[in-house]
Design a protein around this ligand. Structure first.
Ligand code: NAD
Length: 476
């Protein structure tokens, strides 16, 4: 089996191998990947520092051309990449294909942004002076990414970083090195100058920690858990590095009595369970008005019974396996806690399939109070909790009563309540009659409270993180 090496300063460098295992079939080893060391990471950062200056000064057209080429490279291999993504992460082929397409769209979008170079010109309040406010690259950016969007999240950090002239060191999650490696290969083959893009596939506590602490890294963009985020923030603050973090969620979906019930069930099913519930924007708290509660629960239970939990790459599968043993055990632990504090209305059983994998029946709890553990902590699995409320005011209060603030949704046909919720939900993203998960790449992405820190990702908002502002005064 060929070893997939790290990419450091334009060279492929081997290392101690680790295995990438298919969660739908534990007997299926996808590949061997080289584990980067601290020394590898330091070399990657040094290479990025060496190449970054020149890259930041290349004409925007050259940067745009590279990004368009990367987009074309991903598109040309879209089928193969979607298959690899489903195989290493466990989301269905349909979901994986959507994520690969998103990567193509993101590279194209930021190619355009490279050409649109932001900046402003002012006449000074003093006579004879002109002012220019321009944006320059931050320098070397360290990108630390989670496993649940193996190509989507690396891409929505890499594309704006390169577009605005930064050099990149990417550390993907250990569980999904495959997509990150293919992405690195495509960027390399597209002609990225040596050192402009580097891949280090190492452990978080080793390579991730080096990225945080190394003074050669000017800015860190992190997506992952709240616990790791706390370490990232501490390390970045200690040396004054720029930092941006996207972390967990406990996203509410409010269902009011006047909702279109079929739509509400579909919105809840998609938001809570697709992607095996392993999305930071998953609707894990379903806050339902008393008058529609029983009908909604019955409808959702019926929809869950129709789901097909099986091999992610099998046609007809609607929910793939849980990503790995550790996450599977975490889900089972929360199911036990939930059985102790609420009522398990549907599902929650471990499942056996033709191949050995981490299969879990989606679970729906009812009679949940918002102060229970399953309503407070992020489970990150196919588990949702229904909280019964008497009216809209109580629903809004419960929705906002959480340490998190990433995404919040409401299903209603009332314009008044939809508008009020959009204004008063304490979340970075608000969804009316659509799932809490599922966003556009052209708009700002991010949350409030414990969910996020620093400036927004995606769309034109990413310019805030990947550039630094310069104000120039010139006497005429
Ligand atoms: P994680 O925090 O365990 O790991 C994220 C990344 O950090 C990985 O690359 C990991 O190797 C690295 N890491 C681990 N320890 C580190 C350390 N000490 N120093 C530096 N880096 C370290 O998260 P995960 O399990 O990969 O992903 C699941 C979490 O990610 C969930 O909490 C989920 O909500 C969150 N997430 C958030 C968003 C968002 O945009 N808000 C998106 C996807 C996932």
């Amino acid at each position: 089996m060929a070893l997939h090496p790290n990419l450091i300063g334009g060279e492929w460098r081997t290392g101690e191998p680790f295995l990438n295992i298919n969660p739908s079939d534990l007997g299926d080893v996808i590949g061997e990947y080289a584990r980067a060391t601290v020394a590898d990471c330091r070399d990657a950062i040094a290479a990025a520092r060496g190449a970054g200056k020149a890259w930041g000064l290349t004409p925007p057209q050259a940067r745009a051309d590279l990004l368009y080429k990367v987009a074309a490279g991903i598109e040309a291999e879209a089928g193969k990449l979607a298959d690899l993504l489903a195989r290493e992460e466990g989301k269905t082929l349909r979901e994986a294909a959507g994520e690969v397409l998103r990567a193509v769209q993101l590279f194209r979008f930021y190619a355009g942004e490279a050409l649109r170079g932001p900046g402003e010109r002012y006449d000074s309040s003093r006579p004879g002076i002109e002012i220019q406010v321009t944006r320059e690259p931050v320098g070397v950016v360290g990108l630390i990414t989670p496993w649940n969007f193996p190509i989507g999240i690396p891409t929505w950090k890499i594309a704006p970083a390169l577009a605005w002239g930064n050099a990149v060191v990417l550390k993907p999650a250990d569980l999904v090195p495959g997509c990150a490696w293919e992405l690195a290969r495509i960027i390399h083959e597209a002609g990225a100058p040596p050192g402009v893009f580097n891949l280090v596939m190492g452990r978080g506590s080793v390579v991730g920690a080096e990225i945080i602490d190394n003074p050669g890294v000017d800015a860190i963009s992190f997506t992952g858990s709240v616990e790791t985020g706390a370490k990232v923030l501490q390390g970045a603050a200690a040396r004054g590095a720029k930092v941006q973090m996207e972390m967990g969620g406990k996203n509410p979906l409010v269902v009011l009595a006047d909702a279109d019930i079929d739509r509400a069930v579909q919105v809840a099913l998609d938001g809570a369970y697709y992607g095996t519930g392993q999305r930071c924007t998953a609707s894990s708290r379903l806050i339902v008005e008393d008058a529609i509660h029983d009908r909604f629960v019955a409808g959702l239970a019926e929809a869950l019974a129709a789901q097909v939990v099986d091999d992610a790459r099998k046609p007809g599968t609607t929910i793939g396996p849980v990503v790995d043993q550790r996450q599977y055990e975490q889900d089972l632990r929360y199911l036990d806690i939930g059985r102790g504090e609420a009522h398990l209305a549907w599902g929650g059983a471990p499942l056996e399939r033709a191949t050995r994998g981490f299969y879990l029946q989606p679970a729906l709890f009812t009679e949940v109070r918002n102060d229970m553990t399953i309503a407070r902590e992020e489970i990150f699995g196919p588990v949702a909790a229904v909280i019964r409320v008497k009216d809209y005011e109580e629903a809004l209060a419960v929705a906002n009563d959480t340490p998190f603030g990433l995404s919040a949704g409401i299903c209603t046909t009332s314009l008044k309540h939809a508008q009020h919720f959009r204004r008063h939900a304490e979340a970075g993203m608000v969804m009316v009659n659509c799932p809490t998960a599922g966003v556009d790449y052209t708009a700002a992405f991010g949350g409030r409270k414990a969910s996020s820190y620093g400036s927004r990702e995606q769309g034109r908002y990413a310019v805030e993180f990947y550039t630094t502002v310069k104000t120039a005064y010139q006497a005429m």
